[in-house]
Design a protein. Structure first.
Length: 330
């Protein structure tokens, strides 16, 4: 399959949303996801002109409202009525629970044991049932797409064409709102956000550089680019809980290696500093994953031109935010 001049490997094309798919998703989710603002970072001592794509302002505090909304819109309604479930570190869980409540159907989410309390509270407040499991068991759900006792529609948080098409609507908005963009930096967890946005931008603006942002305590994509294939790394949970896994899923690697120009791994201290900067300069509260893109751009490794950083979410524990604002690392 060809996309924006790229030839995708067999198997990966099944996941790749086309530009038409992404535009159709934009129409479907217009009533449930906002067109998020694109604003300058209020800092002048930076290596580039940085803009912030504020997905922190979505109804559930993250971009996940887009992908979940589109995936549910194209799902079999008979199955949807039996219930919706997902596996998530918190943000997709909240998005699925939010959509389930709007539809009046039950929702269950499988989360890792280290999920922040603020995200569990939000899921339950939205009516979702929470099942905590060890990280290894949680990661296994992404591969098998199964969990004992679950019925209805499973919304995969990243490895799903409908979810990526919904995420890709961010790329449409960036291309419309900032035609002169030179590079886009996107937090990378499972890859659905980065690859969805990249699918849109490669079709509309093939010359734009697109980088993933990871945290050094869990950066399998950077290791995979270095190794030339899917790599496994040592994984250490941190306050940057919205991204980071021990390994890159093979089907997502096939997309990422063709759509992205690389991955910028940043230290926890850099993410904390970026989180603090966003609050102090722009009055924006971002979770660690949401600030990772800014931390990556501030290293200068994404270039010196006009850069868009996707602030993917703002669901951070208050206690962790206080620690960061006081100059610490949670």
């Amino acid at each position: 399959m060809k996309m924006g001049g790229l030839i995708l490997a067999p198997g990966s094309s099944d996941l790749m949303p086309s530009l038409d798919d992404i535009r159709a998703a934009q129409r479907r989710i217009a009533g449930v996801a906002i067109r998020s603002p694109l604003v300058p970072l209020n800092a002048h001592d930076t290596p580039a002109t940085i803009y912030l794509k504020l997905e922190t302002l979505q109804p559930v505090g993250s971009f996940k409202a887009r992908g979940a909304g589109n995936a549910l819109a194209i799902a079999d309604e008979r199955l949807v009525q039996r219930g919706i479930w997902t596996a998530s570190a918190g943000n997709m869980a909240q998005a699925v629970a939010w959509h389930a409540r709007r539809r009046g159907v039950p929702c269950t989410v499988v989360v890792p044991e280290h999920v922040p309390a603020i995200k569990v509270d939000a899921i339950e407040r939205l009516g979702g049932a929470v099942v905590k499991v060890p990280v290894a068991r949680w990661l296994e759900v992404f591969r098998t797409r199964r969990f004992e006792g679950m019925t209805g529609v499973f919304i995969h948080p990243f490895s799903d064409a409908g979810v990526m098409a919904g995420n890709g609507t961010i790329g449409l908005e960036i291309a419309d709102d900032l035609p002169e963009v030179d590079a886009v930096v996107i937090p990378y967890g499972g890859g659905g956000l980065a690859c969805g946005i990249a699918a849109a931008l490669r079709a509309l603006k093939p010359g734009v550089k697109i980088y993933a942002a990871e945290v050094e305590t869990a950066a399998p994509l950077a290791a995979s680019f270095a190794a030339g294939g899917p790599a496994t790394v040592d994984y250490a949970p941190s306050f940057v809980d919205g991204i980071g896994t021990p390994s890159v899923f093979p089907e997502m690697w096939e997309l990422a290696r063709r759509l992205l120009d690389g991955s910028i791994a940043v230290p926890l201290a850099g993410v904390a500093a970026a989180t603090r900067l966003l609050v102090e300069r722009n009055h924006v509260v971002a979770e660690g994953a949401g600030a990772a893109s800014v931390a990556a751009a501030l290293t200068g490794r994404a270039g010196s031109g006009t850069i868009v950083c996707v602030a993917s979410g703002g669901n951070i524990d208050t206690s962790k935010l206080i620690t960061i604002l006081q100059g610490g690392i949670p």
